[in-house]
Design a binder for this molecule. Structure first.
Ligand code: MCA
Ligand code: AMP
Length: 466
């Protein structure tokens, strides 16, 4: 399958697959490939030569056109979360070096040139493979989010590997409603459809009712979405006619896997990845789908398991090691942070920070994160450090420690332990939502007299009740 792929990143937008009416539909708004291509290329002509452009990544057709425009121009696209508060937004815009905003953006505090979407234009030359396609911001344990530079080559390789694993073809109709500022919703969920040449229905929000109504063949969701689908059996049973249900971005609880199987008749495919590596592991459409396991490396990816002492951990299904990945889907580095990039690699191997096991058949299971300071909530990665910094910027907070607590719906929910005076929990939650973004807000605030610290003064998060 790979050998037959076009050298273009998005053949559907270069007229290589003919045209398709209603090819892309976002929140009810349809567009054909020909119109999308004309608008994207017309807009691209206004971007040529820019280093990077920002996009207010709302779940709209305009976002898809703006992203396609950046790609057509060979200008790195920086998707900004639409709910980002001023601190997070200005960090992303400054750090990325974005020189303009493409399309509508309600950012009163941002002094960047605005580039309107064009209504028409002709095809520009295909940019080279090694040009950056996207700069996606991702949280670490401490500090502000880092810009992950993803090349066109990595995006193409990652999508081709998934097309092969999932038998994803132009005959599919892909349905999802995931955010357009992360790899899952944007790279897999939009660029994937445009590369494979299948129809895309983006439901605006990933609600069970919208998934049921869309009548797709291929569905993407994070575990929170799948848990909510199962909680509405009428919606779940409507997915029986689908071909493949895919889960990723966080561990799919075995109970949700079993409920999905019972209600939809499908064993969901589970896949694993990171912003930095794109998707590296997946169960396959034509292979075993084992609850709790994320399968095998996709084409072009290699993995290894490294024990605490740096030696290779056994592939016996039990021995836990840190998962390292290498191959064609990896990012180019963290923008402007050579030390952080160097620290993330051991030679060609990217250290994922995830603990995993591999069995004798090469099947992988993700056991958890190595750091307590990375929280996955609703499929969003949030660094404890950035939330603590936001909390400490509130005048009533003297000390703060943030942890992830198990949550049936979100996987983990953000819990903040704070020391201070006259603490109003609701106001603190709102403060984080407005400063960073809504999904980074704590769901619980617990006021304590002091934080547990070791002799060095470091907070012992393991001792904080969950
Ligand atoms: C609540 N709301 C607020 C506040 N509190 N608004 C302003 N201020 C507040 N303090 C509003 C929200 O805006 C929203 O409104 C509504 O309340 C619900 O918010 P919330 O409860 O936070 O959302 P949710 O319904 O619980 O969201 C669940 C979700 C979401 C839809 C599953 O977590 C989600 O979209 N997750 C996907 C994450 C993802 O794509 N991750 C990929 C990254 P309204 O509804 O009106 O807007 S990982 C990745 O890319 C790697 C490579 C991978 O492996 O895939
Ligand atoms: P992000 O940086 O937002 O791309 O999130 C990447 C992280 O999400 C990984 O390092 C894992 O911790 C987690 N993750 C993604 N997919 C899965 C999965 N299928 N199972 C368990 N964890 C996952």
């Amino acid at each position: 399958m790979n050998q037959q792929r076009s050298p273009s990143l998005l053949p559907s937008l270069r007229g290589e697959l003919g045209d398709r009416a209603d090819a892309v539909r976002v929140a009810g708004e349809p567009v054909s490939w020909a119109t999308l291509s004309a608008m994207a290329n017309g807009t691209a002509a206004r971007l040529l030569g820019a280093r990077a452009v920002a996009i207010d990544a709302r779940p709209t057709l305009q976002t898809v056109i703006a992203v396609a425009a950046g790609l057509a121009a060979g200008v790195a696209v920086v998707p900004v979360p639409p709910d980002a508060g001023p601190v997070e937004r200005s960090h992303i815009i400054r750090d990325s070096g974005a020189e303009a905003v493409v399309g509508a953006a309600d950012w009163p505090d941002v002094a960047l040139a605005r580039i309107e979407l064009a209504t028409d234009g002709s095809l520009l030359a295909e940019p080279a493979d090694d040009v950056a396609a996207l700069i996606v911001y991702t949280s670490g344990t401490t500090g502000s989010p880092k810009g992950v530079v993803l090349s066109r080559r990595a995006v193409a390789a990652g999508l081709d590997g998934l097309a092969s694993a999932w038998q994803w073809t132009a005959d599919d109709t892909l349905v999802h409603g995931l955010p357009l500022f992360h790899v899952h919703g944007l790279v897999l969920g939009v660029l994937g459809a445009l590369r494979v040449g299948c129809r895309l229905v983006h439901t605006g929000k990933p609600t069970p009712a919208a998934y049921a109504a869309a009548q797709g063949s291929l569905y993407f969701g994070v575990p929170t979405v799948w848990g909510r689908v199962c909680a509405e059996p009428a919606a779940a049973t409507a997915l029986r006619s689908a071909r493949l249900l895919v889960s990723g971005s966080a561990p799919l609880p075995v109970a949700v896997f079993e409920q999905l199987r019972a209600l939809t008749g499908h064993h969901p495919v589970e896949r694993y990845g990171m912003t930095e590596t794109l998707i590296t592991l997946s169960t396959r459409a034509d292979g075993e789908r084992r609850p709790g396991w994320v399968g095998l490396p996709i084409d072009g990816v290699r993995t290894r398991l490294v024990g605490d002492d740096g030696s290779a951990a056994a592939h016996d299904g039990d021995t836990i090691g840190e998962l390292h990945v290498a191959g064609s889907t990896l990012f180019d580095g963290y923008l402007g942070r050579p030390e952080a990039t160097a620290a993330a690699f051991d030679d060609q191997w990217f250290r994922t920070g995830d603990a995993a096991v591999i069995d004798a058949d090469g099947f992988h299971r993700i056991v958890g994160r190595q750091s307590l300071d990375i929280i996955k909530t609703g499929g969003f990665k949030v660094g404890a450090g950035e939330v603590e910094t936001a909390l400490l910027s509130h005048p009533s907070v003297l000390e703060a420690a943030v942890v992830g607590a198990p949550d049936d719906d979100l996987g983990q929910r953000i819990v903040a332990y704070v020391v201070g005076s006259d603490i109003d929990a609701a106001a603190l939650i709102e403060h984080v939502a407005a400063t960073l973004s809504v999904h980074k807000r704590p769901r619980d605030v617990r006021v304590v007299d002091e934080l547990p610290r070791n002799a060095m003064g470091k907070v012992q998060k393991g001792l904080l009740g969950r």
